[in-house]
Design a protein around this ligand. Structure first.
Ligand SMILES: [Zn+2]
Length: 171
């Protein structure tokens, strides 16, 4: 017995996943029915285990209809995370993502500092017009040397941005 889009046709005998689990009659205006269709029983099981059906019922009743779908997605996500990780729940995922953000931000700051450093070094090298042991293109004209060194530093930056996992060994 398949229903499309979670909606219920009038007179459908099959109760929604919530009412089935709670062993109660699924009323025509059941607040769970649009979000917990019968064909996804696991979706309600964890939500009920973590939040309790009456709390979910209360929360959904207090929300305007257009926000209930998002609220259910959030509760399903939180409940699944809590079942997977009973101690931290979705806070564990949030804090691990926060750590990644902090790490990437510090890599970005280091890369920006390196850009400034390379620009200063480049300006000093170009204004001196002296011998440059770091550059293999000394024999070229000043303009070709400029192109080469710019191309090199831009290439280096791309490599660093594309391979953040190598950051530790580079620094
Ligand atoms: Zn129902």
């Amino acid at each position: 017995m398949k229903e499309s889009g979670g909606g219920r046709k009038q007179g459908t005998p099959s109760p929604c996943a919530a009412c089935k689990l709670l062993r109660r009659r699924c009323a025509q205006d059941c607040v769970f029915a649009p979000y917990f269709p019968a064909e996804e029983p696991h979706k309600f099981a964890n939500v009920h285990k973590v939040f309790g059906a009456s709390n979910v019922n209360k929360m959904l009743q207090e929300l305007p209809v257009h926000q209930r779908g998002d609220a259910v997605s959030s509760m399903v996500y939180e409940a699944n995370a809590r079942v997977r990780d009973p101690v931290y729940g979705c806070v564990g995922a949030i804090s691990s993502l926060q750590q990644q953000i902090d790490m990437l931000q510090s890599q970005l700051a280091q890369a920006k500092a390196e850009v400034v450093h390379l620009r200063v070094w480049q300006n000093a090298t170009l204004s001196n017009h002296g011998p440059n042991p770091a550059s293999p293109s000394n024999s070229g004209s000043p303009s070709s040397r400029l192109m080469a060194s710019q191309g090199k530093s831009i290439f280096d930056m791309d490599m660093m941005v594309d391979q953040p996992s190598l950051g530790d060994s580079i620094w």
